[in-house]
Structures are given as structure tokens and as C-alpha cells.
Design a protein around this ligand. Structure first.
Ligand SMILES: Cc1cc2nc3c(=O)[nH]c(=O)nc-3n(C[C@H](O)[C@H](O)[C@H](O)COP(=O)(O)OP(=O)(O)OC[C@H]3O[C@@H](n4cnc5c(N)ncnc54)[C@H](O)[C@@H]3O)c2cc1C
Length: 474
């Protein structure tokens, strides 16, 4: 591959408030690093935007210089499209502001905000909206793909709470998208990811939550997995939507409330959450304690923001990760059997199987109401292949893929693009199901040249890639 001569970015710098980071900049290596350590790419230029108008300038510059465009929110997506080789990265890590209007219960969120930035700002007013469970995740990618977490059963997905967004499109226009303006674009960005433009602000609806919730972990021996998960399945069937319980099968981390001889042993962890009055939560969650002979628990009333960070120590950046995901309308015995079988052969101490409960408000939205289409999904099961050394790549990726294939016959339709690896491009159409044809039409209208293709691509054409291929072979 021919090496690109150093780009002259003077004209771009004159137009923007933010910072341009070229490969010889002292911040370059830090700026190109993302959450998944498997991704090691070297962009030609990183534009750390300072304000929304910087985005239009960056898109224009990329087009002029035939550069592929990556968009980086929190840099968490497992596929690693937020950083590219030899192209231009639109980096939002300098735009993290969250403005809250408590009167109207709205948050105006810049695209570089993490979930921690968001939760902390809105909780100052006793408010929240459904977002993910790891506080270093970016609000941008999470929202554009759908977004779910502890509050989803009660308040739906993040996109179900998106009121409006400001979007810079491929031709550099700055559009406002809402239920009344640029309606098609608004529909498409609620699940369609970064395919349609670059979002420079999200307006989100908020709900009263906390400040304290009743939440925590109950840990059972792996030998009781079948019993615990069967009872879990029955319990959640009729549990109120303010309550959420997810199950994780993995080796026990060195949690202080577990005795040392349990550390490193396979266990089943029930992560429990109740959004209502903490004293009611204690009563409602009590039956879970009897699902088996618990090895230990840490459950109680705690600040919502603390619970939102509870999984951070298990999901730190810098590890190698390969994740896959299926939706389920029910967790039948075959699914349980497959989960238990693969949890009995975990290839590393950090690999895990994650069973998340979505059933509730998200299922009440019609399939065609947003680009995200899997409105029948009541559960999501993720295989989290996670390890430290390149020597374990084959084994951990192989285990993740084998689980994914084994569980596929029982999965329901659609897929969550936010958990799709970079090698799942062929799965994108199936992920959107009945909504895919409308997504193609809207993509054709807003980005006919597929400028924004480093994502779970809704592919209409490929001219930019063609140009780049020619340039590279020159
Ligand atoms: C540890 C971990 C925990 C997770 N937990 C959850 C969870 O509980 N719930 C859940 O729903 N998901 C969860 N996810 C998945 C998460 O939603 C996706 O990884 C999401 O893409 C992360 O957003 P980001 O901004 O950090 O990612 P990035 O990698 O920065 O962005 C992902 C993609 O989104 C697009 N994009 C980003 N910003 C913009 C923008 N401003 N405008 C246009 N396009 C943009 C780009 O195409 C980009 O490649 C988790 C992921 C990880 C790694």
C-alpha cells in the first residue's frame, strides 16, 4: 500500500474550533485507541471537534481528499468502526456536555458524552432515561443503534425516548430531525446507526428515577444453573416492569462479598434492579434469594449512578473482545441447555454469557415505528468473548462463534446491530427485517454515495471505497 504524504490540514484548521491530530501529534496514539484492544488502526487525521459546525467542515475535507470517514462517539462498538486506517476520524471526545431542562424533563446531549456523563448530569435533577449498563459506553452509538438497560422494561429503549437530533448529512447540511421535521431521517436514526449522517446533539426525554434504587448481585453455584435459570424464567414472566433481572454465567471475579475459594469458579450471577421505592424492591426481589443456595450477595439500596457503574470493573478498556448476540422471544429449555453447556467450557477467566431481559415497554412499540425492528425480543443473549493475550485469540473467538451457532436455531428474528462484530456485514439486512427496504430508500436519499459506510452498513453503493481502492493501488 502506498503511504499517504502528510495531509495539509491548514484550510480545515482555519474553519474549525476543535483540534486536528495528525500521526506526528503527541496525542495521536491515545486518540486512535478505542475500547476493544483488538482494533489497532492508524487514521490519516483525527478531527477532535469543538462544536457542531466542525463536523460539516470535517465531512467536506474528507470528501475533498477522498478520505473514508469514521465517527467516534464513546469508541465502544465491538466492531471498531469508530477508527479507520488512512482515513478521517470525527472524534467527539471534546464534546461531552449534557444540558438538562428539569421543567420539561429533557436532556440536550452532545455526542461525546458517555453514559456516566449523562447519568450524573440528569440525576442531579432526580431524572434518568434507559441507557446501557456500562458507564464508559458512549451515548451516541448506543442511542443510534437502539439502546437498552435496566430501565428498558419500564421506559423502553433509548430511541423510544429520543425526541429530536441535530444531524450533519453527507452533503454538509445541518438538519434537525424529529417527529415533525425530517421525519424519515428521524425514523432512520432510531436504530439505523451512523448510516445517515453525523449527530451533533441528541434531545432525550427523562423520567423520575432514584436517587436511590434497590439493586445488586446474588451469586449461585454453577452446579445449580439449570434450577436457578428455570426459576428465573418463571419469575420474570409475571414480574413488574419496574423490576429487571439479568443473568451472567462466568467465573466468579474476586468480589469482596464472596469467599476466596469461590473466586475463579464458574457461577451464575443474578443482577437485580428495582426502579421504584427501594423498600418495595426488597420485598419483590426476596424470592430470588431462594432460587438456589446462594454463595453470597450484595444487594441493597444504592444511588442509581452507583449501580450504573457496577459492571465497569469487569468491562474495562484494553482487553481483546469478540462479542455476538441473539434475540429471543422466550428462553426455552434448549436455550438454557446451550447457555449452560458453553458456560461449562469458558476459554478465559473473562469470557461470559449474558442474558438480558427486555420484556416490557419496548415490546409495545410497533415494528415499523422506528428503524430498530426487533420489537418482539423479550431477551437478548450475548456471548462476550474477552481475554488479554493474542495467543488466546483463536480459542476465545472460536468459543464465541460456536455458542452463537449452537444458539441460533432458538433465536428470534432481527439482531441488535450495536452488538454485531465487523464480520457480520451480511447480517445487517436480517437485523432490520421488514424495515430494511425503507432504510435503503432513506439511505439513498441522504447518503447516495455511501460516504458513511464504516458502520453496520445499509449498503446502497460503494463509490468512495472504489476511489480509495484505486488510490491505494496507485
Ligand atoms: C462494555 C460494553 C457494554 C455495553 N453495554 C450495552 C448495554 O447495556 N446496552 C446497549 O444497548 N448496548 C450496550 N453496548 C453496546 C453499545 O451500545 C455499542 O457498542 C455502541 O455502539 C457504543 O456507542 P459508542 O458511541 O461508545 O461507540 P462508537 O464505537 O464510538 O460508535 C459506534 C458507531 O456508531 C456510529 N456513531 C457514533 N457516534 C455517532 C454520531 N455522533 N453520529 C453518527 N454516528 C455515530 C458510528 O458508525 C460508529 O462506528 C455495550 C458495549 C460495550 C463494549
Amino acid at each position: 500500500m502506498a503511504t499517504r504524504p502528510k495531509l495539509n490540514t491548514d484550510t480545515l484548521q482555519d474553519k474549525i474550533k476543535g483540534t486536528i491530530i495528525l500521526p506526528d501529534h503527541s496525542a495521536y496514539d491515545d486518540a486512535r485507541r478505542i475500547w476493544n484492544a483488538m482494533i489497532d488502526r492508524r487514521p490519516a487525521v483525527i478531527v477532535r471537534c469543538g462544536e457542531a459546525t466542525d463536523v460539516a467542515a470535517a465531512v467536506g475535507f474528507a470528501r475533498e481528499h477522498n478520505l473514508e470517514i469514521s465517527i467516534r462517539g464513546g469508541g465502544h462498538h465491538i466492531g471498531g468502526h469508530s477508527v479507520c486506517d488512512d482515513g478521517l476520524v470525527i472524534d467527539f471526545s471534546g464534546m461531552k456536555n449534557v444540558r438538562v431542562d428539569p421543567g420539561t424533563r429533557r436532556a440536550y446531549v452532545q455526542p461525546g458524552a458517555t453514559l456516566r456523563d449523562f447519568d450524573q448530569a440528569v440525576q442531579l435533577h432526580g431524572l434518568a432515561t434507559p441507557v446501557g449498563i456500562n458507564s464508559t459506553t458512549g451515548i451516541s452509538g448506543l442511542t443510534l443503534g437502539g439502546g437498552f438497560g435496566w430501565l428498558t422494561r419500564e421506559y423502553g429503549m433509548t430511541i423510544d425516548n429520543l425526541v429530536a437530533a441535530d444531524v450533519v448529512t453527507a452533503d454538509g447540511k445541518m438538519l434537525h430531525a424529529s417527529a415533525n421535521e425530517n421525519v424519515d431521517l428521524f425514523w432512520a436514526i432510531r436504530g439505523g446507526g451512523g448510516n445517515f449522517g453525523v449527530v451533533t446533539q441528541f434531545e432525550l426525554k427523562l423520567h423520575p428515577v432514584g436517587p436511590n434504587v434497590f439493586a445488586g448481585l446474588i451469586v449461585f453455584p454453577f452446579q445449580q444453573a439449570k434450577q436457578v435459570l428455570t426459576r428465573y424464567r418463571e419469575f420474570v414472566e409475571s414480574a413488574p416492569e419496574q423490576l429487571n433481572v439479568w443473568a451472567v454465567l462466568r467465573q466468579a471475579p474476586p468480589l469482596p462479598f464472596l469467599s476466596a475459594d469461590v473466586h475463579g469458579k464458574e457461577v451464575v450471577i443474578l443482577a437485580v434492579f428495582f426502579a421504584g421505592n427501594p423498600s418495595s424492591g426488597e420485598k419483590i426481589l426476596q424470592p430470588l434469594r431462594g432460587f438456589g443456595n446462594a454463595l453470597g450477595e450484595h444487594v441493597g439500596s444504592m444511588p442509581y449512578t452507583q449501580w450504573q457503574q457496577a459492571f465497569d470493573p469487569l468491562l474495562t478498556p484494553g482487553a481483546r473482545n469478540y462479542w455476538k448476540s441473539h434475540n429471543f422471544t422466550e428462553i426455552n429449555d434448549n436455550v438454557l441447555g446451550t447457555i449452560i453447556e458453553y458456560a461449562s467450557k469458558l476459554p478465559s477467566s473473562e469470557c461470559e454469557l449474558f442474558l438480558g431481559l427486555l420484556a416490557g415497554a419496548a415490546n409495545k412499540i410497533p415494528t415499523g415505528a422506528t428503524a430498530y425492528s426487533a420489537r418482539d425480543a423479550k431477551f437478548v443473549v450475548n456471548v462476550h468473548g474477552r481475554w488479554q493475550s493474542t495467543r488466546q485469540d483463536d480459542e476465545c473467538i472460536g468459543w464465541s462463534r460456536a455458542f452463537f451457532i449452537a444458539a441460533a436455531p432458538y433465536a428470534s428474528s432481527g439482531a441488535y446491530t450495536n452488538f454485531m462484530t465487523a464480520d457480520e456485514g451480511e447480517r445487517v439486512a436480517a437485523a432490520y427485517g421488514a424495515n430494511y427496504s425503507r432504510l435503503l430508500e432513506i439511505k439513498q436519499r441522504y447518503d447516495p454515495q455511501n460516504i458513511f459506510h464504516l458502520n453496520q452498513n445499509i449498503r446502497t453503493s460503494d463509490p468512495i471505497r472504489g476511489d480509495i481502492a484505486q488510490r491505494r493501488s496507485a
